[in-house]
Design a protein around this ligand. Structure first.
Ligand code: HEC
Length: 142
């Protein structure tokens, strides 16, 4: 509130107040540079995540709480990548943006199914998740 009043009183330094507010909350500017390459996100998170999710729907599915926890965690991380793919000027075109949107939807649905330990729903979502990878790779993976 103090910051808002200060900004209202001294219009000339309003921009400075906004910046100071950003620093208070630790909020990032949308284009602040990030060092992770798309290849890092793929090799480090998407590939091991996908392998774990594929294994998780085999047979009787995950058994222990730890196994279920690993599945929901990986689905959540893959979902997070769906956001990172359209941040930091990573998005290349409409195909990319649509694939990332589909990745977010499928990974969120898989995540919700795994939280309910609903193996049938997980099996139904996995092909949609895989299709979202292919959508982007067909055009953008060298
Ligand atoms: C919006 C685009 C996009 C989506 C969605 C996407 N990828 Fe990728 N992926 C790429 C690009 C671009 C590359 C090539 C990166 C490079 O080599 O510079 C790549 C490369 C890869 C690689 C090779 C990494 C390496 O070691 O070189 C794997 C594995 C991979 N993706 C897995 C996945 C999986 C699994 C999914 C879905 C769960 C997925 N990707 C979804 C864009 C995407």
């Amino acid at each position: 509130m103090k910051a808002i009043l200060a900004c209202a009183a001294i219009a000339a330094v309003a921009v400075g107040c906004v910046m100071a507010g950003g620093q208070e909350t630790g909020a990032l500017q949308p284009t602040e540079p990030r060092v992770a390459k798309v290849q890092n996100l793929m090799a480090g998170i998407q590939e091991p995540g996908m392998l774990l999710l594929q294994r998780s729907v085999r047979g009787a599915g995950p058994q222990s709480d730890d196994d279920w926890g690993a599945v929901t965690m990986n689905a959540a991380l893959m979902n997070e990548i769906g956001f990172m793919l359209v941040q930091n000027e990573r998005a290349k075109d409409a195909v990319w943006t649509k694939a990332a949107t589909d990745l977010r939807a499928a990974s969120a649905a898989f995540h919700a199914a795994s939280e309910k330990k609903d193996l049938a729903a997980m099996r139904a979502e996995l092909p949609k998740l895989s299709a979202s990878c292919q959508e982007c790779h067909t055009v953008h993976r060298k």
